[in-house]
Design a protein around this ligand. Structure first.
Ligand code: FES
Ligand SMILES: [Fe+2]
Length: 397
């Protein structure tokens, strides 16, 4: 029996597996750690409080000192490995619940109360730099000095008068298929027609787009041309952020900029951190609609509704046909691929140009990294993304 096809299949499986990995000892884990990554909503950590995180397979403790400053250290105590977030924040340090060992913000053990007469051995847990930005907490989990905080910046949202809201969803599947969805403009014509057609699906329409992809200083610009007045452009930032725009909450509202990061918690779980922005200049009614809506519906998480979504294929909340519906539609298709999709079994076509472009880009960067050569020096894009307004509002200019 000729086993060459099986061997090729296995080689393909092994190659694609690299895209899904995230631990520090794997090439992709090292590549992801070269970037500032979002790890939490800033609001999720109270002053003098601590929360546990798992990011890229690594257990962490995020805490706010009494000063309000954020600190990120290892998840477990160096003594007998209990979780540190269950202990106490003391000033800018954290004390373990079990026997009171205390660690400073650099991860150094500074107190061992029950070992008073035995001196202080040099004991260290991990510690990483953090930065708050537009409602999110970013961390640098890589080696050496962190890069400049440039790539995560969204200049479009930094202007005075811009309204910003945050979201967080915790999906139970691999991060890379979520990233791939960002470069799959065709899915909008189908996925966002499912369950019920919300304003986003209605604006983009079910027309099949002509696609083009251009590598930029920050990632990939995707253009999906559906008609002369329906050109959807999005900017994807290496390695795991996507910027799209979606209709406002009412026809007179400006379109909303959405930035989504997809950060692996481990290989089968991903947190999506969102920043929604309404640029300055909107009317008072529009601003209020934006704020009220996100206060009420901005934290919907489709993964919490997994069973009913997969069982019913029904969207039963007519009041929220924006964030919740769009997330549920994407979740059904991307989670429906399984927790880690079998890329070696796919059959790709011309409409998958974005997927192919994305994978090539990652393999290029991984190969450079593993060969000890410099990877691309990605820089934040200063371009803003322009998308068509809703049908009927389009300028003919
Ligand atoms: S386990 Fe933390 S002090 Fe003992
Ligand atoms: Fe989508």
């Amino acid at each position: 029996m000729n086993n060459i096809p099986d061997q090729r299949h296995e080689e393909r499986a092994q190659k694609f597996k690299q895209l899904t990995e995230c631990s520090r000892c794997k090439p992709m884990g090292r590549l992801l750690r070269k970037f500032w990554q979002p790890v939490a909503l800033a609001e999720s950590v109270p002053v003098s409080g601590a929360i546990p995180l798992t990011i890229m397979g690594e257990e962490l403790t995020l805490y706010r000192g009494d000063s309000g400053a954020l600190h990120l250290v290892g998840g477990r105590c160096a003594h007998r490995r209990t979780l540190l977030h269950t202990g106490w924040v003391v000033g800018e340090e954290i004390r373990c619940i079990y026997h009171g060992w205390q660690f400073d913000a650099k991860g150094a053990c500074v107190r061992r109360p029950a070992e008073a007469n035995t001196g202080m051995p040099r004991t260290q847990i991990a510690a990483y730099p953090v930065k708050e930005y537009l409602g999110l907490v970013f961390a640098y989990l890589g080696e050496g000095e962190p890069p400049e905080f440039d790539l995560p910046r969204k200049l479009l949202l930094e202007g005075e008068g811009t309204l910003v809201a945050n979201g967080r969803e915790r999906w139970d599947n691999n991060w890379f298929q979520q990233v791939e969805n960002s470069l799959d403009a065709v899915h909008v014509s189908f996925v966002h027609m499912a369950l019920t057609v919300g304003p986003f699906g209605a604006a983009v329409t079910g027309a099949i787009p002509e696609l083009s992809y251009d590598e930029t200083s920050s990632g990939i610009r995707q253009t999906a041309l559906r008609s002369a007045t329906n050109v959807r452009v999005s900017d994807w930032t290496f390695p795991n952020n996507n910027h799209v725009t979606v209709p406002g909450l009412s026809p007179e509202d400006p379109w909303i900029d959405v930035f989504v990061w997809m950060i692996p918690n481990d290989e089968e779980n991903t947190t999506r951190f969102m920043i929604y922005g309404q640029q300055a200049g909107a009317t008072e009614e529009s601003r209020k609609r934006f704020q009220d809506y996100f206060a009420k519906y901005g934290k919907y998480d489709p993964a919490e509704h997994h069973d009913e979504l997969f069982a019913s294929h029904v969207w039963d909340n007519p009041e929220d046909t924006f964030v919740g519906l769009t997330a549920a539609q994407d979740y059904l298709s991307i989670r429906g691929q399984a927790r880690i999709t079998a890329r070696e079994d796919e059959i790709l076509g011309r409409s998958d140009l974005g997927i192919v472009t994305l994978r090539k880009l990652f393999f290029r960067e991984l190969e450079l990294q593993e060969a000890g050569q410099p990877t691309k020096s990605w820089r934040s894009s200063t371009d803003s993304v322009h998308l068509p307004k809703q049908p009927g509002q389009e300028s003919t200019a």
